[in-house]
Design a protein around this ligand. Structure first.
Ligand SMILES: Nc1ncnc2c1ncn2[C@@H]1O[C@H](COP(=O)(O)OP(=O)(O)OP(=O)(O)O)[C@@H](O)[C@H]1O
Ligand SMILES: [Mg+2]
Length: 203
């Protein structure tokens, strides 16, 4: 154990005591302050926290009521990033908007250790984008576009049945890294997509 002299111990800054939604606003930025902020928020079921434009998600290992409701999709689709509390849907919405704003393809990179929630986050992104796509349908026949979105969302359990396995960290651990590509029409609806298993993960 370590013994610290009184001179080396100082009071926590108010921003760390209150907690912040965006950790770039922490007055003291070190590992302990980051972990403490995430922990404080996690205890209140606030699993999402921003670090500037990066979203940190802490796996709650339980269903948080209302967090991914259709109403939540609707709410986040109508606000710009930063206007509402941090959420995976805010990232998805920003990504969707930026396709046109920046006239370019967009990507979301999801990383984290096994069991961190990468696959769940991916499915939530797809769920949000598929709703946005269905709302914007109009340039192509509605029936056809709905089928594409359904195929993309419903393919996850099938892919998982083949690709996933139980490990000590995760009952549903992905055995491959995935590169998922979605193609959007100018009208904003998904026209197609593909999933490429790209990295074999060895444990
Ligand atoms: N946002 C969430 N809300 C509720 N439960 C979650 C959430 N994210 C993850 N979980 C739970 O944690 C489990 C593990 O998450 P997930 O399979 O997404 O991890 P992973 O990062 O893909 O891990 P691996 O690298 O092993 O594939 C899920 O099966 C689910 O039960
Ligand atoms: Mg996974």
């Amino acid at each position: 154990s370590y013994i610290y002299s009184r001179e080396r111990v100082y009071a926590m800054h108010q921003s760390s005591i209150d907690g912040v939604e965006d950790m770039s606003a922490l007055a003291e930025l070190h590992e302990a302050a980051i972990m403490h902020n995430l922990y404080q928020r996690y205890q209140k079921d606030n699993i999402y926290t921003n670090i500037g434009s990066i979203l940190a998600a802490v796996n709650p290992y339980k269903q948080i009521s209302g967090l991914y409701d259709p109403e939540r999709v609707d709410l986040y689709s109508k606000h710009h990033i930063g206007e509402l509390p941090p959420h995976i849907f805010a990232v998805a919405n920003e990504c969707y908007r930026c396709i046109w704003k920046r006239h370019d393809s967009q990507c979301v990179l999801i990383s984290g250790e096994s069991g961190a929630g990468k696959t769940e986050s991916t499915k939530l992104l797809l769920q949000f984008l598929s709703v946005m796509s269905q709302k914007s349908a109009g340039t192509s026949p509605l029936e056809k576009s709905t089928r594409v979105e359904q195929a993309i969302v419903q393919s996850s359990p099938i892919m998982e049945a083949f690709g996933n396995a139980k490990t000590v960290y995760n009952n549903n651990s992905s055995r491959f890294g995935k590169f998922i590509q979605l193609h959007f029409s100018e009208g904003g609806n998904i026209q197609g997509g593909c999933v490429i298993d790209c990295i074999l993960i060895c444990i």
